[in-house]
Ligand binder design. Sequence first.
Ligand code: SF4
Length: 192
Amino acid sequence: MSEEGKRNGPAFEDARAKKIMIVAHCVLNQNARIDTCATAPAVFPKVLETLVDRQIGILQYPCPELGFLGMGRQGQDCASWDGTYQHESGEVYDQMSVPEGREYLRDLADNLMYQIKEYRKYGFKVLGVLGILASPTCGVGLKYYKGLDQTDGALIEELRRALDRAGLDLPIHGLNDLEPDENVAIIQALDA
Ligand code: SF4
């Protein structure tokens, strides 16, 4: 390696395409979803196919609800979006918003910031974040909170704050479980 190369670090001039998308965990693992809310047996096939076809690496962030509340979490029923469903444990958004939950989400968001900075430092393109419309946690401009509410989920709130703190710019979009073609269009636009 030349002296210049040593100073600037590795070049990563191998097979990788140097493109990355940050993706909500359940896009590639529906098993993580809260009871009643899986809409596919395993993955979102069109999203996965599109990312693979376009040679975009997948940075799958951990499911925050599973990581903090576990598989037995309750507080949302995807059979009723009108706010009539209530559970004694309360709304998932509120369960994720206790101080320990917010700390957990901030740590997750800060770790993603670190990875984004590292990738960008070495010339990789981090294209954006794909959250999940209507999720209390990963919702982007739409979350479930006592019915559908046109605001971000708890993790997306923390991600936006972390981006501000880090001085980073990154598009964040929500995928729609029921609109695979719209999801593909989002990825195409981010990778234009
Ligand atoms: S939307 Fe977010 S919190 Fe909900 S299952 Fe997917 S990754 Fe987990």
